[in-house]
Write a protein that binds this ligand. Structure first.
Ligand SMILES: [Zn+2]
Length: 377
């Protein structure tokens, strides 16, 4: 399973030789036959051999070993029903080999560098938070738990409510009818209380970031009032959806809520960055200023436009990062030219326990230079 801890550990990996990072799309929806993605893999492996040549003979040997191991892992077979992307990190010179099986698709990419290429993994993690959907009606409650966009758990609560009629279903009449009506409302209320309690217990055991409520409007309003405050403050939205909806319908509805939430929270962070820069403290933007803040360990949150990549320089002896080379301004050593200094910045931030936010389609962040940071001091 992908987790924030695992990505941070990978970002912090430092070895004696270069690391091969390989992202392979094995999504059965796009590649129904094994031969389809195996052909893609062959292309990636060729690309890696060429890239390794630029790092010298020791790297060429190590990368060749990495590629053999990746190829045999893929050919050895894996369960494609739950895996849509494979991510490999390898350095055979150090005996390092790690495979992440992603339930979400990845784009084919192979990178040879001194550190693992973790940015796409971090993007995947951020795109999908953990959330739950509670569907209710007067006698049914269903709690769905989603992780990385996939349904991971499902709990059903059913409390039979007497219909407003006799055993045969004929409507009752007169004061008898009023009594049955009142009784059935009490039972429904008890049912919703029960549903709220089960929800709290389940989510206490395995917490989520958001809860989405669904069902007939008046039932949703009632259950929301009965939820434990810890659950209620996580309610992100309410959907009018049948409590009997199929898992896939629930998932689709919930994912569009999640997508809207993600866009809103990204926009809010970009606004915070702009305000911090405008008031003259607490924030920096643009490549040079952001890299400088990162090197000085002043970054609290790094914001990067998704897809932003640019050349830059990295010092291997003191870990300085900058847009200009070749001499390191900190330790005067010669620095390495890197294809993507933004990637290096993201890894540095993750390894230093900074928060990193990839931002999709933000014209405001693009205007600020596609990268920026909120500062600790
Ligand atoms: Zn240096």
């Amino acid at each position: 399973m992908i987790s924030e801890d695992r990505v941070r550990a990978l970002a912090g990996h430092r070895g004696s030789c270069v690391v091969t990072s390989c992202y392979l799309d094995v999504d059965g929806r796009r590649h129904p036959r094994h031969a389809d993605y195996e052909a893609q893999l062959d292309g990636l492996l060729r690309e890696a051999r060429e890239k390794a040549a630029g790092f010298g003979p020791e790297a060429v040997r190590s990368v060749a070993g990495d590629l053999d191991r990746i190829a045999s892992w893929v050919k050895g077979g894996f369960n494609r029903s739950h895996v849509r992307g494979l991510v490999f990190f390898a350095c055979s010179a150090d005996g390092f080999f790690d495979v992440v099986e992603s339930p979400l698709p990845v784009s084919n990419e192979i990178v040879v560098n001194h550190t693992p290429h973790v940015r796409p993994l971090e993007s995947i993690l951020q795109a999908y938070e953990r959330f739950a959907v509670l569907l209710v009606d007067r006698q049914r409650a269903r709690l769905f738990r989603f992780e990385l966009g996939e349904l991971t758990e499902h709990t059903e609560v059913f409390d039979a409510v007497p219909r407003g009629g006799d055993q045969a279903g004929h409507p009752a009449q007169g004061s008898r009818a009023a009594h049955v009506q009142r009784h059935s409302e009490e039972v429904a209320h008890r049912h919703l209380k029960h549903a709220a309690e089960v929800t709290f217990t389940e989510l206490q055991q395995r917490p989520v970031e958001h809860v989405i409520l669904g069902g007939p409007h008046e039932v949703v309003v009632e259950v929301e009032g009965l939820l434990h405050p810890w659950v209620r403050e996580r309610v992100a939205d309410r959907l009018v959806i049948a409590a009997t909806a199929g898992a896939d319908e629930v998932r689709q509805a919930a994912l569009s809520v999640e997508a809207a939430l993600t866009r809103r929270s990204e926009a809010a962070l970009v606004d915070r960055l702009r305000d911090a820069i405008g008031t003259g403290g607490g924030g920096v933007a643009g490549l040079e200023a952001t890299l400088a803040a990162l090197v000085e360990r002043r970054v609290d949150l790094l914001l990067v436009s998704e897809g932003y990549a640019t050349e830059g320089w990295r010092c291997r002896s003191c870990r300085y990062l900058g847009p200009m080379g070749r001499r390191c301004p900190r330790c005067a050593e010669d620095m390495d030219l890197v294809d993507d200094v933004v990637e290096e910045a993201v890894e540095e931030a993750l390894a230093n326990k900074c928060r990193v936010q990839m931002v999709r389609e933000s014209a405001d962040l693009d205007v600020l230079g596609r990268i920026g940071a909120l500062l600790r001091f």
